[in-house]
Design a protein around this ligand. Structure first.
Ligand SMILES: [Zn+2]
Length: 576
């Protein structure tokens, strides 16, 4: 079988250009070459073709070959007079996140789905990447072989296998059952691995024991430490890439974030890399892969990632509830929950899934998906007297669908929920998954089942609690970022993006809260700068609180059944 061999180098990393050369067999009149329009893990178009420069094609005599572009990411090459073609191009590699391709004078970091051109005819044959790099740099990837060459069985595997060659890479590993897990850390001073290995081993073991097996014999966690603020992870079948920063915080105050992302991405090995929405199996790299199941692939993963940290004793109940409260907070702060369902929001990730978007238009598949996964989990636990739970549903989806290479639909998920719990999920899907009913009620009931409750306290900021506006500080300016429907801010005519200039004619200077609290119930006017003009608004008084802080707490006294339920749900975690 033929192999597509890529030669890759970057002679001048400051130019941010990676150079690629590869040959493709050509036995037809023309060959179409593609570059992906998106990457799995981020369900929106990325149009990687925009990073490609100097694309040229040669025939089997290495003479220039005619080609034309037939759409934004497809080149058609005339191959009537040649049996093979060689392509050369450069990829601008200047973006560093968990799913990108990046070079500098210390590293070559490639996510092949961004930058490897493929043809439909050659998609199922092996790919090989030969990358020129200084001899003392360390290589890592799930497709790295002993001779230093990166080899994948086909384009799909290559697209799912990021790689790093770096001057500053350190690693440690651990084994769970028969899989070797390696944690790679890029650009950090020497690390004391003891606690990290202990924590990673615990949540890994808990996940594998729940599913009963792990689909790969090796798995790589790649942690890029960045000098600036970062928080991002991307899942793959045999690896994950995580970016976190600033560097000194990664194993310090961001350590729980690191654990949270790592456990989330590991759960994705089962949920989305294996259990996959039918619309995404196989991935179509050329077009949008619309799916309404974001509440499964991101929602359940968000819920389970942290829950496994709790169940394995890596997180205390307090750690867990802090993270869970954050999801609850985002839920209550987003009025979009009354206008667009999670299924619709999932379908639309391709449109605005990764930006705040139009105020109040849609919801987050992560946040609402996590909360609805929790409610579904508790519904099963309640119906079965804590004998089974959402793990069982996911196991069925893994063994009965994923391992048989069958994608899942809403109906499949609902069937498993109903079969395992023996109870109807009709209303759950109609009202909360496909509808916009408030699910505060079932959330409160589900928490109560475990002896947990939501404590609501007004935000400590006057603007949020009393006026119903949230602001962010940008370049010393106080900018309105959210408005609570029906609040004084809303009724008084403030708008998102307004810059607040003064309160009662007193200019504010990074001290909005100070002046608002000083004037308290006597705020006569707020001056804002909007679309190039200053405007004065008077806000009506509304005697209630708007933005509130939501924290989940354990009730003072638990009933016997609550004690039993929370112990079954949190396992070791609750003992601490
Ligand atoms: Zn995810």
């Amino acid at each position: 079988m033929e192999t597509i061999v890529y030669r890759i180098n970057c002679p001048s990393s400051h130019q941010k250009l990676l150079h690629f050369e590869a040959s493709f067999p050509a036995d037809k009149e023309h060959i179409r070459l593609h570059i992906s329009a998106w990457r799995p893990g981020r369900y929106e178009l990325a149009n990687f073709a925009k990073n490609i420069k100097n694309f040229v094609v040669f025939d089997d005599q290495m003479k220039s070959c005619a080609f034309r572009k037939i759409n934004k990411d497809t080149w058609e090459v005339d191959t009537t007079k040649t049996t093979k073609i060689t392509i050369r191009y450069s990829y601008h590699s200047a973006e560093l996140n968990a799913g990108s391709t990046f070079i500098d004078d210390t590293q070559i970091y490639i996510n092949p789905v961004n930058c490897i051109i493929y043809s439909e005819e050659a998609k199922d044959i092996p790919f090989e990447l030969n990358i020129e790099a200084p001899k003392n740099w360390i290589k890592m990837s799930s497709i790295l072989e002993g001779d230093g060459v990166f080899r994948a069985a086909n384009f799909d595997e290559l697209a799912d296998s990021p790689l790093l060659i770096s001057k500053n890479l350190q690693s440690a590993n651990y084994q769970v059952q028969d899989t070797i897990f390696t944690i790679w850390v890029n650009n950090h001073k020497p690390i004391d691995w003891t606690k990290i290995i202990e924590d990673f081993s615990k949540f890994t073991k808990a996940q594998i024991e729940t599913f009963g097996e792990f689909p790969s014999k090796t798995f790589e966690f790649l942690i890029h430490c960045l000098p600036y603020t970062a928080y991002h992870g991307v899942e793959h079948l045999k690896s994950t890439v995580i970016t976190l920063g600033p560097t000194p915080n990664v194993f310090g105050e961001q350590y729980n974030d690191l654990l949270g992302i790592a456990s989330h991405e590991l759960y994705h090995v089962y949920n989305v890399k294996s259990i996959r929405p039918a619309e995404m199996l196989p991935y179509d790299f050329k077009h949008e892969n619309y799916s309404s199941l974001g509440y499964v692939y991101e929602g359940i993963t968000t819920y389970m990632g942290d829950l496994f940290l709790l169940k394995s004793g890596v997180f205390t109940l307090k750690d867990y509830l802090r993270e869970f409260s954050e999801q609850l907070q985002k839920h209550f702060d987003n009025p979009g929950r009354f206008s667009y369902s999670i299924a619709e929001s999932s379908f639309d990730t391709w449109l605005d899934g990764y930006v705040p978007g139009v105020p109040g238009r849609k919801v987050s598949i992560y946040t609402e998906g996590c909360l609805l996964a929790f409610c579904a989990d508790i519904m099963i636990r309640k119906a079965s007297n804590n004998k089974v739970n959402l793990d069982e549903v996911m196991k069925r989806l893994y063994y009965d669908f994923a391992l048989k290479n069958v994608g899942i639909t809403e109906k499949d998920y609902r069937n498993e929920l109903e079969n395992i719990s023996g109870t109807s999920f009709k209303d759950f899907f109609e009202h909360y998954i496909n509808g916009t009913h408030s699910f505060e009620g079932i959330l409160v009931d589900s928490l109560d089942y475990l002896g947990l409750e939501i404590k609501q306290t007004p935000s400590k900021l006057y603007a949020e609690a009393q006026l119903g506006i949230k602001t962010i500080r940008k370049n010393g300016k106080e900018i309105v970022s959210a408005i609570f429907p029906g609040s004084p801010g809303d009724l008084g005519g403030l708008a998102i993006h307004d810059e607040i200039i003064s309160v009662n004619k007193t200019p504010i200077n990074n001290n909005l809260d100070l002046w608002l609290k000083y004037f308290e119930n006597d705020i006569k006017s707020i001056e804002v700068f909007r679309e190039g003009k200053s405007i004065e608004k008077s806000l009506p008084e509304v005697n209630r609180f708007f933005y509130q802080i939501h924290e989940i707490e354990v009730k003072k006294t638990l009933t016997q059944s609550q004690e039993k339920a929370i112990a079954a749900w949190a396992l070791e975690g609750v003992k601490e």
